[in-house]
Design a protein around this ligand. Structure first.
Ligand SMILES: Cc1ncc(C[n+]2csc(CCOP(=O)(O)OP(=O)(O)O)c2C)c(N)n1
Ligand SMILES: [Mg+2]
Length: 423
C-alpha cells in the first residue's frame, strides 16, 4: 500500500521514461529528425554576440549537398590538396580501427573502440585547429592523433600494453596520452576532460599565450555534472575553448533521450549559458572544418567559448565488449539520413573533378598496407598474453614525486613474495 496523500480530484503523478523510436526487431526510421538543406544556415561574423544567432543551436549547419557539391556561406573553400589529405586521414583512421578491432578478436589486446562513421569530426577538426592547440579528447577521437601525424606504431604499442608502450601498460588500451601531439591523457571517467580543457584554456589566457583548447565528449556524457560546471566557467571567464559534443545518438545501450535529447538539442545547452552554440552535420567534413575554424577564430580573438554539437551516428558497437543487436534496430544505420563521412567527402572530390574511383581504391590499399606494416612492427614489442612487458616494480612509480612509505613497503613485500615464490 502506498502512503501517498489521497486527492481524488488530481491524477497520480508519474515520470516520463524515454524509449528509443525503434528496438531490435522493429523497423527504424528517422522521421523524427529534421534535415535542413545544405547551405541554408547563415554564417554570423566570428565576433557576433551569442544572442544574435541562437537559432543555429537548433538547426544544422551543412555544406555538402546530396550531389556532393559544397554550397552556402559555411563552405570553407579548402584546396583540393587539403581535402585529399583529410580524406586520406579519415581512411587511415578507418583502416587502423579495422585492424585493431581484428587484433582484439585475435586475442592480441583486451579491448578496442572504433570511431566508424565519426571520422570527419576528429580529422577535420585537427585540420582546422592549429597544430599546437591543446586537445582534451574522449576515447573516440583517435583521428586527432592520426591527422596530427602520431606514429601508428606508438598508438599500437599502447593498445598492446607492450614493452614499447610509453604509458607502461598503466592505461586501458586506446587511452592514449601524447604530449608531443597536444593530446591530453584520455580518462575513463566520462566528461572529466571538459572542465580540464576549460581550466587549461583559462591558464593559457592568464599566461597571455595564444593557444586555445578544445574538448570532446559524447552526448551521453553531457549528463555529467562536470560538463555543466565546465560550461559555467567557460562562459563566466570567456575562456578560449571549443566544447565539442559528439552526438552519435547512443551512450552504449542508452539512446540520446536519456541525456536530454528528446526535449531539446545538445547545442542548446549553450543557450542557457550564454555561450555561442552551433549544431553541425558531423558527417560532413566541410561543415565540421568550417564550424571549428569559426569557433577557433572566436576563441583566438577573445570572443569566448563555443559549444558545437556534431550530429552523427555510431555506426558500429560501442566497443569490443558491446553487441548493439541487443538494444537497437538492425536497420537503424541504413536508415540514418546523413550517410557516411568518407563516402561524402569522396563524392565531393569526384564531383569537382579532383578524385576518381581508381585513386580512391589505391588510397585504401595504401592505408591498409601502412597499418599492416605498423602492426607488424608493434608486435615485435609484444602482445597480450605473451608474458609481462614491464618490470613489476614500475607499477609503484610515476605517480608521486617521492614515493610514500606505505607504497615502498608494499613494493618491498611484493619483491619478497615473488622471490619466495621463485618468480
Ligand atoms: C563517470 C562515468 N560513468 C559511466 C561510465 C561508463 N561508460 C563508459 S562509456 C559510456 C557511454 C558514453 O556515451 P557517450 O558520452 O554518448 O559517448 P560515446 O561512447 O557515444 O562516444 C558509459 C556510460 C564511465 N566510464 N564514467
Ligand atoms: Mg554517444
Amino acid at each position: 500500500m502506498s502512503d501517498a496523500t489521497s486527492r481524488p480530484n488530481l491524477p497520480p503523478l508519474r515520470l516520463h521514461v524515454p524509449e528509443p523510436p525503434a528496438r531490435p526487431g522493429e523497423e527504424a526510421n528517422f522521421d523524427h529528425v529534421t534535415v535542413p538543406p545544405a547551405g541554408e544556415a547563415r554564417r554570423p561574423a566570428a565576433d557576433a554576440a551569442p544572442a544574435d544567432f541562437r537559432d543555429l543551436a537548433y538547426g544544422l549547419v551543412r555544406v555538402l549537398d546530396d550531389d556532393g557539391r559544397a554550397v552556402g556561406p559555411w563552405d570553407p573553400r579548402l584546396s583540393p590538396d587539403r581535402l585529399r589529405t583529410m580524406l586520406r586521414h579519415m581512411a587511415l583512421t578507418r583502416a587502423f580501427d579495422e585492424r585493431m578491432f581484428r587484433a582484439q578478436r585475435q586475442g592480441k589486446t583486451s579491448f578496442y573502440m572504433k570511431c566508424t562513421g565519426e571520422e570527419a569530426i576528429a580529422v577535420a577538426q585537427a585540420h582546422a585547429l592549429a597544430p599546437d592547440d591543446m586537445c582534451f579528447p574522449s576515447y573516440r577521437q583517435q583521428g586527432l592523433l592520426i591527422a596530427r601525424g602520431c606514429p601508428l606504431v606508438d598508438m599500437m604499442n599502447q593498445i598492446y600494453s607492450n614493452s614499447g608502450d610509453k604509458l607502461m601498460g598503466r592505461q586501458l588500451p586506446i587511452m592514449y596520452s601524447e604530449k608531443r601531439f597536444g593530446f591530453f591523457s584520455i580518462s575513463g571517467n566520462l566528461a572529466t576532460q571538459v572542465p580540464q580543457a576549460v581550466g587549461w584554456a583559462m591558464a593559457s589566457a592568464i599566461k597571455g599565450d595564444t593557444r586555445i583548447a578544445a574538448a570532446w565528449c559524447g552526448e551521453g556524457s553531457t549528463a555529467e555534472g562536470d560538463f555543466h560546471s565546465a560550461c559555467t566557467f567557460s562562459a563566466v571567464y570567456q575562456a578560449p575553448v571549443i566544447l565539442n559534443v559528439v552526438n552519435n545518438q547512443w551512450a552504449i545501450s542508452s539512446f540520446s533521450g536519456f541525456a536530454g535529447g528528446e526535449a531539446t538539442t545538445f547545442a542548446a545547452r549553450a543557450v542557457g549559458h550564454g555561450i555561442a552554440g552551433l549544431r553541425v552535420d558531423g558527417n560532413d567534413a566541410l561543415a565540421v572544418y568550417a564550424a571549428t575554424e569559426w569557433a577557433a577564430e572566436r576563441a583566438r580573438t577573445n570572443q569566448g567559448p563555443t559549444l558545437i554539437e556534431f550530429f552523427t551516428y555510431r555506426a558500429e558497437a560501442h566497443s569490443t565488449s558491446d553487441d548493439p543487436s541487443g538494444y537497437r534496430s538492425a536497420n537503424e544505420g541504413a536508415a540514418w539520413p546523413l550517410g557516411d563521412p568518407i563516402a561524402r567527402l569522396k563524392q565531393h572530390l569526384i564531383t569537382t573533378g579532383e578524385w576518381d574511383e581508381e585513386r580512391h581504391a589505391a588510397m585504401d590499399r595504401d592505408c591498409a598496407e601502412e597499418v599492416k606494416a605498423a602492426q607488424k612492427q608493434a608486435e615485435t614489442n609484444g602482445i597480450l598474453g605473451h608474458g609481462m612487458h614491464q618490470p613489476f616494480d614500475t607499477m609503484f612509480e610515476g605517480v608521486f614525486e617521492n614515493t610514500p612509505a606505505h607504497l615502498l613497503e608494499q613494493a618491498r613485500q611484493m619483491r619478497d613474495e615473488r622471490e619466495a615464490a621463485g618468480i
